[in-house]
Design a protein. Structure first.
Length: 311
């Protein structure tokens, strides 16, 4: 298995790649990703990949464009070195929120990124909690789309909370909240919000009962944390006993950490699809690892087994 099974990583999330390699019992591939003096990316693959099944672990998180280019150049270099098959393991898919035309002359950047990954030479993509599931159809190669919900749900099941209600922070997240609620055996509620501008949310109503309940808000991404903190405050005003929040992708840009620290949220549970630098760490933030899930998915892809049975 070690002879024909290789894991490589760029600079986006080497910690996660190391965890995956450790889980699989293989050494991380010998590669060095550096910058030339003019800022161009330099890739050195320091071992043979000829005939190998290669997995490149590289979320396209901040700095998005640098990490995306690293992914594309690594795939190109490995393809030209005669790898048998290359799978792009992209735990967090950048540009996923630009998946449709909202106004005239808008780009569909999520589709452009898909085209680039395929053109670079990837023959399969492994990702988690795409902002829009339809992005799978942007690729002309197989896409294995893993949910982060089961990992988050197991954490809350272990806490044995009582009188739990799962809350979707918007109408678009209802399916995610319903699936999460089924795992916890809980009811759901929905926050009705409007977005007058990007990263700006206005809450107008709540559908469902949260009075006296322990609320868990679930979303795929927490970015500036405006929606989640406003929603938590609104839920407390509606009588919620305590509020937890969880998501798969902790983007946490701008004032996000400060907002979470100052909020009524008791705990924020996230995964490590995106690395959490020291400046973004907080006693309120709990990080769960997705390495075992991604590792199991890689094994199943490598051995041509069903990936959907994982969840």
């Amino acid at each position: 298995m070690q002879q024909k099974f290789k894991i490589f990583t760029g600079n986006a999330n080497p910690g996660l790649a190391e965890e995956i390699a450790e889980y699989l019992g293989v050494d991380l591939g010998a590669a060095k990703v550096q910058r030339f003096s003019d800022g161009e990316i330099s890739i050195n693959i320091n071992e043979s990949v000829r005939g190998a099944d290669v997995y490149v672990v590289q979320p396209t998180c901040y700095p998005v464009n640098d990490n995306l280019m690293e992914l594309l150049i690594m795939i190109d270099g490995i393809r030209r070195a005669s790898a048998r098959r290359i799978t792009a393991v992209v735990p967090y898919y950048g540009y996923a929120r630009q998946e449709r035309k909202s106004r005239a002359r808008d780009p569909i950047s999520a589709k452009l990124v898909a085209n680039l990954i395929v053109a670079a030479g990837a023959r399969r993509v492994l990702t988690m909690d795409l902002h829009a599931s339809a992005i799978q159809g942007f690729f002309d190669i197989p896409v294995d789309h893993l949910p982060g919900g089961p990992i988050l749900a197991q954490y809350f099941l272990n806490k044995r909370l009582s009188d739990v209600v799962i809350v979707s922070p918007d109408i678009g997240g209802v399916t995610r909240a319903r699936n999460f609620a089924e795992r916890l055996g809980s009811a759901i509620a929905i926050i009705d919000k409007r977005r007058p501008a990007p990263n700006v949310a206005e809450i107008t109503n709540i559908i469902g009962n949260v009075e006296g309940k322990t609320v868990i808000m679930i979303d795929d991404i927490i970015d500036t944390a405006g929606t989640i903190t406003q929603g938590a405050q609104f839920l407390v005003e509606q009588g919620a006993k305590e509020v937890y929040a969880c998501c798969t992708h902790a983007v946490l840009s701008g004032p996000a950490v400060e907002r979470l620290n100052d909020s009524v949220i008791k705990e924020v549970v996230v995964t490590n699809t995106i690395p959490l630098p020291e400046r973004k760490k907080s006693p309120k933030i709990k990080v769960l690892s997705v390495a075992p899930l991604l590792g199991e998915a890689i094994v199943r892809i490598h051995e041509d087994l069903s990936v959907s049975k994982l969840f």
